[in-house]
Design a protein around this ligand. Structure first.
Ligand SMILES: CC(C)(COP(=O)(O)OP(=O)(O)OC[C@H]1O[C@@H](n2cnc3c(N)ncnc32)[C@H](O)[C@@H]1OP(=O)(O)O)[C@@H](O)C(=O)NCCC(=O)NCCS
Length: 160
């Protein structure tokens, strides 16, 4: 494949079909059109796409939440929750996933989130390695988290 450079930008509603295509190719967890558009409407700074020669080749989308902090004192922390991230198979392993994560964590800071967390299948070596490379820590394991019964690691990173 010819090597080109990807660019990152915020999702726009016109990208929906392409993002849903990437999601369907890459992950068994799929969502309604409303679900994608609702997350974009509420948290536009944390719905990012990677584009290459005019095609969407990856995306990440998130939700801001509040809950008990994994770091620091007692109380309530604002957290950015990565709901879904994927890069088309033929475009993987070129730094796009890592770049999407960096960009989305910047977006979370604009919403004053102090932590970023996500669930990942315990068998998903590419995913787990990506987050470890970004210094996420496994903070818990959810047994039977996925529809097929597989467990999830919850992985968390402090946002500085
Ligand atoms: C996880 C995913 C988004 C990574 O995207 P990517 O663009 O290939 O990631 P990058 O090229 O930025 O890789 C960053 C690091 O992740 C790890 N990684 C990525 N792919 C890997 C693989 N196939 N095997 C082992 N480690 C891998 C490596 O540590 C890599 O760093 P390195 O290339 O310097 O070794 C991609 O594999 C994907 O879309 N998978 C299917 C969907 C999915 O599982 N999403 C995550 C659900 S939580």
């Amino acid at each position: 494949m010819m090597q080109t450079t990807f660019t990152l930008r915020q999702f726009k509603p016109k990208d929906l079909d392409e993002v849903m295509y990437v999601n369907k190719i890459c992950l068994p967890e799929n969502y309604t059109r409303y679900f994608f558009l609702d997350l974009h409407g509420r948290f536009p700074n944390t719905f990012i796409v990677a584009e290459e020669i005019g095609d969407i080749v990856g995306y990440v989308m998130c939700r801001m939440e509040t809950g008990p902090p994994d770091w620091g004192l007692l109380g309530i922390a604002r957290k950015g929750h990565v709901i879904s991230i994927a890069v088309l198979p033929e475009r993987q392993r070129r730094g796009i996933g890592q770049a999407l994560m960096h960009k989305v964590m910047q977006g979370m800071r604009t919403y004053k989130a102090k932590e970023c967390y996500l669930e990942v299948r315990v068998s998903n070596t590419p995913g787990v390695n990506l987050y470890k490379k970004l210094e996420f820590k496994i903070t818990r394991t959810h047994r039977g988290y996925y529809a097929d019964g597989e467990a999830a690691y919850v992985m968390t990173q402090k946002l500085r």
